[in-house]
Design a protein around this ligand. Structure first.
Ligand SMILES: [Zn+2]
Length: 353
């Protein structure tokens, strides 16, 4: 059998194999078998060198025809297979537009942030402005300018995180420094009074820090909302009326408030405010430990010494200040037995609010 016959047979076998290939992968295998570097046609072409000069042009031309024929057959079969593969995929992946969509859970603001915003909104409604101050604060603003002398218990290491340890240098108490994490939002009062003239009606919400071990009623970091009013003719009656209104706005119109004498270095007189227990309505129950009342905030008339530090004339102006813990309000409003639950990030708990 001559070499041209061999080539024609190869062409026929190749075309048959191509049209029989069931899928694109098999088709590629056929291509490699015939046209690849080690394929049948390539092997024949390599043998051309051994042919006589007369035979070579003919065999070369026929080989080329075979190659072109196989390539054309491959292209046609490939297009057919690709088209049917696409058709099969479209058939398999049809979208059922009547299926209900996948619901994504909707997030919400954390309870601490909800209460913070709620209280801010109440005071914005009364015409207060929002004030801010640094969380890393100077001793002067956190203590001294708030009439807290160096020997006051609130300055002890147990209560305050000091930032720089200047022991033996400027500190009055060992380990104490002039830079600290503010223990309350009250330093914002001083900063506001230094910068502005009365009338002053401001609310200062923010994080505060205490050297407390976290337990059901204490957190080393919590959120406080401070209020300050300075104007002519401000009395304790204004303070009582304002805070009674705020407590009713937070807890509900049926709740009552009472003011108990207390001591804070920066207010005189000072008081603690209780709100009537929402569970027993003042009769006494386990939640209010039998008293019928829940302690909610501290307040008082601004001490004239504080006005002195801030450069405000105590003969002309008077004012009141108050501070409340957002986490405590959240706990009282929603009967949360342990403040730590607010920070643990347990979604089963947080989703309730
Ligand atoms: Zn009660």
């Amino acid at each position: 059998m001559g070499i041209t016959d061999e080539l024609q047979q190869l062409r026929q076998r190749g075309v048959e194999a191509i049209s029989a290939a069931p899928d694109l992968a098999s088709l590629d295998a056929v291509r490699v078998e015939y046209l690849g570097k080690k394929g049948s046609l390539t092997a024949i072409l390599r043998g051309l060198g051994g042919l006589s000069a007369e035979e070579r042009p003919l065999v070369g031309r026929v080989s080329n025809e075979v190659r072109v024929a196989l390539e054309e057959a491959l292209a046609v079969r490939q297009a057919d297979l690709a088209a049917s593969a696409l058709e099969a995929r479209i058939g398999a992946e049809t979208i059922d537009v009547t299926l209900p969509g996948r619901a994504h859970p909707v997030g919400s603001r954390h309870l601490i942030e909800q209460i913070r915003t709620e209280v801010i909104d109440i005071f914005l409604g009364l015409g207060y402005k929002i004030a801010e101050g640094p969380e890393v604060e100077l001793d002067y603003y956190n203590f001294t300018a708030l009439n807290t002398p160096p020997d006051h218990p609130a300055r002890s290491l147990q209560d305050t995180f000091y930032v720089r340890d200047l022991s033996g240098e400027q500190a009055d108490i060992e380990g104490e420094s002039d830079v600290l994490l503010r223990t309350h939002t009250s330093p914002v009062q001083v900063r506001v009074m230094e910068k502005s003239e009365p009338p002053i009606y401001v609310l200062a919400p923010g994080k505060v820090y205490r050297r407390d071990i976290a337990d059901p009623s204490h957190l080393p970091q919590f959120t406080q909302i401070e209020g300050l009013v300075v104007d002519e003719g401000i009395t304790f009656g204004d303070l009582k009326g304002t805070l009674d209104h705020v407590c009713k706005a937070i807890f509900g119109p049926d709740r009552r408030t009472r003011f108990r004498p207390h001591f804070f270095p920066f207010t005189e007189p000072s008081a603690e405010v209780d709100v009537s227990c929402g569970i027993c309505d003042g009769k006494g129950c386990r939640f209010c430990k039998g008293s019928g009342w829940l302690e909610i905030l501290g307040c008082g008339m601004v001490d004239p010494n504080v006005f002195g530090y801030a450069g405000i004339d105590p003969e002309r102006y008077s004012g009141f200040a108050f501070g409340m813990g957002v986490e405590r309000i959240a706990a009282l409003k929603y009967n949360i037995p342990d403040l730590r639950m607010l920070l643990e990030g347990d979604m089963r708990f947080l989703r309730q609010f």
